[in-house]
Design a protein around this ligand. Structure first.
Ligand code: SAM
Length: 364
């Protein structure tokens, strides 16, 4: 047993309870490993991901919550996202803003972005996330200018989610003040990756590794429910993120989108997504783990359930409505609105709280 788990700790008690229960040997073994600070093996992950029994799933989620509590505490980090351009040069089969989509395109100016960043900062959000399709219109210099202006004006951490750029650009963005970068691997199954993306798998993986090397708080992540994806693939995604040292993991279910090649393909499973959150927390204890908008799009309450499964981040959307309606990466995308989210969080009967709730900054 690792030194930090005294016999009076919640984790110790939870593991003892699981060991004495009539749950499967598999979950008992994973519970014992938690006390030894050992991650689950691939076979164990596959088992956990596939859990359907409600008692076993509850035990898995409780273990994940203990791991979160012991490693990163019970604070919910509320991050704000600005979707500043829906132009994209990529043509990913699942995505509603793919280049061949016939949607109305928009690009926001630096001043528009900055105004929103200030509003976000005044609301008390933890990080300002700039997201877009992969849009080369925004040159290196333009992105640098935006990062620097936000940093100078708000002092908030800036996170980028703008797709693939050269390693040199990633280095320049970091030097200009961006501290986090999300570039999901989407799947480490090369065959599926190439089928749904049509661009180079090795480049994607090497850029994600470059983000780690450049000392970004680097974010990977996957889509749950891509065509032909198995539990083994999802376990590989988790092991891969652990191995390369990502510090954020964006994991969300596939949501079908009208007028895309995958429009008639079924949505990813919400239960499997929640199992994946718990597995990720147990495998990468320090990870920043959002409960994603894609899950909230299936059902708002499911998104909050992510907090019971080991998540500690929620992203609220600050994109102005005139643009947001066209940032349709998938159908019926939930608007995770700031005030509503903070109200909901404060009404929830749980021990996790956000700094915004604590500071009472949610007054309009
Ligand atoms: N262009 C950037 C990139 O590729 O990293 C960021 C923007 S991209 C729209 C953000 C994320 O949306 C992707 O990483 C992908 O996982 C997710 N996404 C897009 N379409 C989706 C869908 N139909 N269902 C679930 N997730 C989707």
């Amino acid at each position: 047993m690792s030194e930090r788990y005294s016999q009076s700790s919640e984790t110790f008690k939870k593991v003892e309870e699981i060991k004495k229960s009539d749950l499967s040997d598999n979950i008992k073994l994973v519970a014992s490993k938690v006390l030894e600070d050992k991650p689950p093996s691939k076979a164990e992950l596959v088992y956990l991901l596939g859990l359907k029994d409600s008692q076993e799933r509850k035990s898995l989620f409780d273990l994940a919550s203990c791991v979160r509590h012991d490693n990163v505490g019970d604070t919910i980090f509320v991050k704000g996202i600005i979707e500043f351009s829906n132009y994209c040069k990529r043509n990913c089969l699942y995505c509603g803003i793919r280049s061949s989509s016939k949607i109305e395109r928009y690009r926001m100016t630096k001043d528009e972005i900055l105004d929103i960043a200030i509003e976000m900062s005044n609301c008390g959000v933890d990080t300002i996330i700039l997201q877009s399709g992969e849009d080369p219109f925004y040159t290196t210099e333009m992105i640098v200018d935006i990062i620097k202006s936000i940093r100078e004006t708000t002092q908030r951490p800036v996170s980028l989610s703008i797709g693939e750029r050269t390693v040199e650009e990633l280095r320049i963005f970091k030097a200009s003040g961006a501290s986090k970068y999300l570039l999901k691997q989407e799947t480490v199954n090369r065959e599926i990756f190439e089928k749904v993306h049509g661009f180079d798998y090795d480049t994607r993986i090497s850029l994600l590794k470059a983000l780690v090397d450049l000392k970004y708080i680097a974010g990977g992540g996957n889509i749950i429910g891509l065509p032909d994806q198995t539990l083994s693939d999802i376990a590989d995604d988790i092991l891969f993120m652990r191995e390369i040292g990502v510090r954020m993991a964006g994991i969300g279910p596939f949501i079908p989108t009208k007028d895309t090649p995958l429009e008639h393909y079924p949505a990813g499973s919400a239960d499997l997504t929640l199992n994946a959150y718990a597995c990720t927390r147990i495998s990468i204890p320090l990870v920043q783990l959002p409960t994603t908008t894609a899950l909230g799009t299936i059902d708002k309450n499911l998104q909050y359930k992510g907090f019971e499964a080991g998540c500690n981040v929620i992203m609220v959307n600050f994109t102005p409505d005139i643009y947001r309606k066209n940032y349709r990466i998938y159908d019926n995308k939930r608007k995770v609105e700031f005030y509503e989210t903070i109200d909901d969080l404060s009404k929830m009967n749980r021990r996790m709280t956000s700094l915004i709730e604590k500071a009472g900054l949610n007054q309009r």
